[in-house]
Design a protein around this ligand. Structure first.
Ligand code: ADP
Length: 162
C-alpha cells in the first residue's frame, strides 16, 4: 500500500500542482497533499483557505486526501505511514533547493525517499508567485489555476471575479 505525501505551501494551488498530484495518484495507492501550516510565513491565503482551495481542485481524483501540517515534513511522513515524499521539478532552478530539502529530510528520517515528478511542459514556468503577481495586476489567470478556485483568487487580489 504505497502512500505518498505531497507537501507544499499551495499559496494558491496552481494547475502545475494539480498536474503533479494527478501523476502521483496514478503511481501510488494514496496521495496525501499536505498544506504547510507555518505561522511564520506571510501567506496570501490562510491555511483554511489554502486547504479548501486544494480540496476543491483535487476533488476529481479519488485516491487523494488533503490535510494541513504544522512542523516538519518528516513528522507528517511518519504520521501518514508514507513511503515517499513527492516534489515537483520544473527547471534546473528548482534543483538546488529541492536537493537540499531531500537530503535534509533523509537526514531527519532515513526512510524518507523523495521522488521528483515533472509537470506537463506547459506548466514548467508556472508558480504560485506568478499567479499572485498576475492576479494582482488584473492579468488573465484562467489557464493557470484550477477552474473551481479561479474566482476566489481573483476576488482576493482585485475584488472582482464574482
Ligand atoms: P514550497 O514552498 O514547499 O516549494 P509550493 O507550493 O511552491 O511549495 O510547491 C510545492 C511543490 O510543487 C514543490 O516541489 C514545487 O517545486 C512544485 N511545484 C510548484 N509549481 C509547480 C509547477 N508548475 N509544476 C510542477 N511542480 C510545481
Amino acid at each position: 500500500m504505497p502512500v505518498a505525501i505531497y507537501p507544499g505551501t499551495f499559496d494558491p494551488v496552481t494547475c502545475g500542482h494539480v498536474d503533479i498530484v494527478e501523476r502521483a495518484a496514478r503511481i501510488f495507492t494514496k496521495v496525501v497533499a499536505v498544506v504547510a501550516d507555518n505561522p511564520s510565513k506571510n501567506w496570501a491565503f490562510s491555511t483554511e483557505e489554502r486547504l479548501s482551495m486544494l480540496r476543491d481542485s483535487l476533488a476529481h481524483i479519488p485516491n487523494v486526501e488533503v490535510q494541513s501540517h504544522k512542523g516538519l515534513v518528516v513528522e507528517c511522513f511518519d504520521q501518514c505511514d508514507a513511503t515517499v515524499i513527492i516534489r515537483g521539478l520544473r527547471a534546473i532552478s528548482d534543483f538546488d533547493y529541492e536537493f537540499q530539502m531531500a537530503f535534509t529530510n533523509r537526514k531527519l528520517d532515513a526512510r524518507a525517499e523523495t521522488i521528483f515528478l515533472m509537470p506537463s511542459a506547459k506548466y514548467t514556468y508556472l508558480s504560485s508567485t506568478i499567479v499572485r503577481q498576475l492576479a494582482s495586476f488584473g492579468g488573465d489567470i484562467r489557464t493557470l489555476v484550477p477552474a473551481p478556485i479561479h474566482d476566489r483568487i481573483l476576488a482576493r487580489f482585485t475584488g472582482a471575479g464574482k
